[in-house]
Design a protein around this ligand. Structure first.
Ligand code: NAD
Ligand code: MG
Length: 295
């Protein structure tokens, strides 16, 4: 994506229709058509995160990969947590190292407290501390037609991965976070405009907003800020493994931008909230929705 030239933002990313496609959980970047733009050829850093240590969950692909690239180019070392998409994770690692920064891979299913503890301990061992924690991993199940399809097993798993893991990761990470550290949690426009077909997911995203607002009050005494990013539609593996092929072909069509965001368009929000430039921004929800209002 070329950012320097003046251009209508509606024309800064690919528009639907896209080729009809569908994937199984967790979805991989290489299977997507067109391939998402993570800022590989466009993001230019200004040293805003020089020598910080970032731990990003779900950093193998999508928004997490775009954030990893941007953070590395801003001067940060990056811990890349992900489920099991090793090929995607290795590509993110390669991009971080290409920026001259250290990268470490942390595969694992974050649906248990023990796994969250292990992630934090492994990251602390690899980097010595955590300055920026981005809780970005999430599971979005296949869309359902009837509410009853959201059975106990699915709902409980969605809550474990999407919101309970945030409680656990933060609790374990705090001993490794000094004043000046930041936490950024990924919510969604689904927190405000829930789709009944993915109501379990939407409910976790609402919980993340409330969690983050409260956590910011709990942690500012220690000099740690907490903020939330709420994306609208973004062209990532999570989308094509959740929605049916005919929906994916039209993904983002109802946005005021007439297209989904590319992951690259999310990264600057995460850079802003991580850097000292947002030093007085705390407990905030930053929407990157293309114009659909939050709330
Ligand atoms: P993505 O699939 O690229 O990233 C999600 C990542 O979460 C995966 O790569 C996977 O490694 C990780 N993950 C999933 N289940 C896990 C588990 N059990 N344990 C550990 N890691 C697990 O998709 P994305 O769209 O970039 O998603 C990133 C965040 O953005 C998510 O929180 C998602 O809810 C949010 N979001 C996405 C959209 C969108 O349209 N794509 C919109 C709003 C919010
Ligand atoms: Mg992935």
């Amino acid at each position: 994506m070329k950012q320097a030239a003046m251009k209508d933002p509606k024309d800064l990313g690919q528009k639907p229709p896209f080729p009809a496609q569908e994937q199984e959980y967790p979805g991989v970047e290489s299977g997507m058509q067109p391939r998402p733009d993570h800022g590989e050829t466009s993001y230019r850093g200004l040293g805003r995160l020089k020598d910080r240590v970032a731990l990003i969950t779900g950093a193998d692909s999508g928004i997490g990969r775009a954030v990893a690239i941007a953070y590395a180019r801003e001067g940060a070392d990056v811990g890349i947590a992900y489920l099991n998409e090793h090929e995607d994770a290795n590509e993110t690692k390669r991009l971080v190292e290409e920026a001259g920064r250290k990268a470490a891979l942390f595969p694992g299913d974050l649906s248990s407290d023990a796994a969250c503890k292990k992630l934090v301990e492994d990251a602390a061992k690899a980097f010595g501390r955590i300055d920026i924690l981005v809780n970005n991993a999430a599971e979005q199940g296949k869309t359902v037609e009837n509410f009853e399809e959201l059975d106990a097993e699915r709902v409980e798993r969605t809550f474990r991965v999407n919101i309970l893991a945030m409680f656990h990761i933060v609790r374990h990470a705090l001993p490794h976070m000094k004043p000046g550290s930041v936490i950024i949690n990924t919510s969604s426009i689904q927190a405000y405009q829930p789709s009944p077909e993915i109501l379990d997911y939407a409910a976790t995203k609402g919980a993340i907003v409330t969690f983050s607002k409260g956590l910011s009050q709990a942690l500012i005494g220690r000099g740690i800020r907490v903020n939330t990013v709420a994306p609208g539609p973004v062209w990532t593996p999570l989308v094509v493994q959740s929605f049916p092929a005919n929906k994916n072909a039209r993904f983002g069509e109802n946005s005021p931008m007439e297209r989904p965001a590319q992951p690259a368009e999310l990264a600057p929000a995460y850079v802003f909230l991580a850097s000292n430039e947002s030093s007085y921004v705390n407990g905030e929800v930053l929407g990157v929705t293309g114009g659909k209002p939050l709330g």
